[in-house]
Design a protein around this ligand. Structure first.
Ligand code: AGP
Length: 376
């Protein structure tokens, strides 16, 4: 391939470290110090965004996880109804689609067969039911792709070429674009105050630095990854937007280290997965300083009481103690609601990468997987 590996052992590692720049490139020309430029979505965006009554996000894999984070953001920050669905489900059911729905198709490659088929399904439905309030927006990393060709509007992530099969910088830049979408919708529909907009814009400007700070934890995380040398299972826990981040961590671990991993919203533990916990099952918890921290702490006590080994990624100001069964990475300070999931995910990427190195797998080309799934 024409993309150089440079000093990195794997493309995945290189791409993890490219994230500060990928965010800068994705924000370029689309944001000012305190504003998001709605016009960056195209000349018709403002008019379309005014009429949108609900969002329906469709994607696969990691791109689907970006959609899940967005559902929390959309309903919480601007109060716009938002649902998220995997493309392979959407395309084979008979969905009820309401007029004035904005469909957001997220795909790094723009060639994923299921996502593309879902878009075609939407286009067909719109024609048959004569609903002209339905619009599709593709969020893609590849400009000339099938998805960008067939969607009404396109917004590019400028992550640059992603070679590793495991998606890293494309996920991060998708979330950046989705934050811009959320802010634009909120602004046009007057669901977002100027102060709030300026806070989000400011947070996004700070993001490259927050990511750099997260990347500085690599050595510490590499040491922790030793714990997985003889492990076959892992459980990721998070609440709120950290639940999709937990899912993304579990997917990444499965893909590149072949360790069986699951993710649960921490509150669901007691409804079943707690039965799995013993000393052979590391539990990875994502614990930002937010309204849910106290709840999460009591979930972690439940794990501890059953002899589970815990790895906690937490805020510098949190106080989840460093007892023997807890390995704590004190990572991020001053992350906001938008920047937190993006920043914590970087730490999980590093963890999964280093676990894969220990397991000796083919990190960039894991067995049985393809970079883009263009067949069913
Ligand atoms: C992520 O690490 C995966 N390899 C995979 O889940 C991927 O995100 C999915 O296949 C969707 O791909 P796309 O974004 O190109 O549509």
């Amino acid at each position: 391939t024409s993309v150089e590996l440079g000093e990195h052992r794997h493309y995945m590692h290189k791409e993890i470290f490219e994230q500060p720049q990928a965010v800068i490139d994705t924000l370029e020309g689309r944001i000012t110090q305190d504003q998001v430029l709605v016009s960056s979505f195209g000349p018709k965006a403002e008019q379309i965004f005014k009429t949108v009554e609900q969002i329906h996000i469709i994607a696969c894999g990691t791109s689907y996880h970006a959609g899940m984070v967005t559902k929390y953001w959309m309903e919480d920050i601007i109060g716009l109804p938002c649902q998220v669905e995997v493309a392979s489900e959407f395309r084979y059911r008979n969905p009820v689609i309401l007029d004035n729905t904005l469909f957001v198709m997220i795909s790094q490659s723009g060639e994923t067969a299921d996502t593309l088929a879902a878009l075609h399904q939407i286009n067909h439905y719109r024609k048959v039911h004569d609903l002209d309030g339905i619009t599709s927006l593709s969020i893609c990393n590849v400009a000339e792709s099938s998805l960008t060709r067939d969607a009404d509007m396109t917004y590019l992530t400028h992550a640059g070429p992603e070679i590793g099969v495991a998606s890293t910088k494309s996920f991060t830049t998708q979330l950046v674009v989705l934050a811009l979408l959320l802010t634009s919708l909120g602004k046009v529909q007057k669901r977002l105050s100027k102060e709030r907009e300026s806070m989000i814009a400011g947070g996004l400007q700070k993001l490259p630095n927050l990511i750099r700070m997260a990347l500085e934890h690599e050595e510490e995380i590499r040491d922790i990854s030793q714990l997985f040398a003889d492990k076959q299972h892992a459980l990721f826990l998070g609440r709120g937007t950290m639940f999709p981040i937990a899912l993304e961590g579990a997917l990444k671990l499965k893909e590149i280290s072949y360790i069986h991993a699951e993710a649960y919203p921490a509150g669901e533990l007691k409804h079943g997965p707690l039965a799995l916990i013993d000393e052979t099952m590391p539990v990875i918890a994502i614990a930002p300083l937010d309204d849910l921290l106290e709840k999460l702490k009591s979930n972690l006590q439940e794990v501890k009481a059953r002899g589970g080994q815990m790895i906690v990624f937490e805020d510098e100001r949190s106080d989840i103690s460093s007892e023997t069964s807890f390995k704590v990475v004190k990572a991020t300070t001053n992350v906001g609601r938008i920047t937190a999931p993006i920043t914590y995910n970087i730490l999980l990427q590093l963890l999964c990468y280093h676990v894969a190195l220990i397991k000796g797998t083919d990190v960039d080309q894991p067995r049985n997987l393809a970079k883009s799934v263009t067949v069913e």
